[in-house]
Design a protein around this ligand. Structure first.
Ligand code: PXP
Length: 238
């Protein structure tokens, strides 16, 4: 069964708009769990534009599900992850000027560096995922590097429509099979919403979907617990 990871970065975005103490993503994680979240995802960015160090350490102490720390593969983040000991880490590319994570990680172009990085996290018993585009060579290199999971970038799928979207969906399905055959656990995320999520959730062996923006946007109308529950019911077969 596909599970739901709820990304609460956008709760922190509202707080940071005023650099104050509310809304507190730590409190909202509790509501996401009540709504059925299977894990809580936060991206601690180098520029700390939304999630803060205080958030990740409090979440680790207070959440009852799993903590997925998204981060860039930098020495600073490695130190934080080893102190925090999240349930798993998802390595993402990070550019200062981007609005959100724009493309997948180039694992193929950074094999040696990432191998050492993943091994270092593994020494602290942290499982590691690579956020990559649905391309077979990126999947093969993720396996070679030693990642336990991959997260397939669904941003393109979310932006396209009609036949182009259908073709991108086929690439994601094929990538899931390729990764499963290599023994990698497959997650997916980015741009998923109440209209486009079902086809991704119904892919065989899709482990977890990480969804943030659409759930937090809907929460403004119905509250976070309900917006999470609605998303969860869409990805869970009847
Ligand atoms: N997965 C990863 C690796 C991400 O970086 C993000 C965005 O922070 C998401 C999933 C969630 O994307 P969205 O907010 O579009 O649902």
């Amino acid at each position: 069964m596909t599970t739901l990871g709820v990304n609460i970065d956008h709760i922190a975005n509202v707080r940071q708009a005023r650099k104050t103490v509310e809304p507190d993503p730590v409190q909202f994680a509790f509501l996401a769990e009540l709504g059925g979240a299977d894990s809580i995802t936060v991206h601690l960015r180098e520029d700390r534009r939304h999630i803060q160090d205080r958030d990740v350490f409090l979440l680790k102490k207070t959440i009852k599900t799993k903590l997925n720390l998204e981060m860039a593969a930098t020495p600073e983040m490695l130190e934080i992850a080893k102190k925090l000991l999240p349930d798993y880490v998802t390595i993402v590319p990070e550019k200062r000027e981007e609005v959100t994570t724009e493309g997948g990680l180039d694992v193929k172009g950074n094999v040696k560096y990432l191998k050492d990085f993943v091994e270092n996290l593994g020494d602290s018993n942290i499982e590691v995922s690579a956020f990559i585009d649905p391309l077979s060579d990126q999947i093969n290199y993720s396996k070679e590097i030693g990642f336990n999971f991959i997260e397939l970038h669904t941003g393109k799928y979310a932006e396209l429509s009609g036949n182009d979207q259908y073709e991108e969906l086929q690439r994601i399905i094929e990538s899931t099979h390729v990764a499963n055959d290599l023994g990698l656990i497959v997650n997916a995320g980015h741009g998923l919403n109440y209209n486009n999520v079902k086809k991704i959730a119904s892919i065989n062996n899709m482990n977890e979907l990480n969804i943030g923006h659409s759930i937090v946007a809907r929460a403004l109308a119905v509250g976070l617990e309900k917006s999470v529950r609605e998303m969860k019911s869409l990805i869970t077969p009847n």
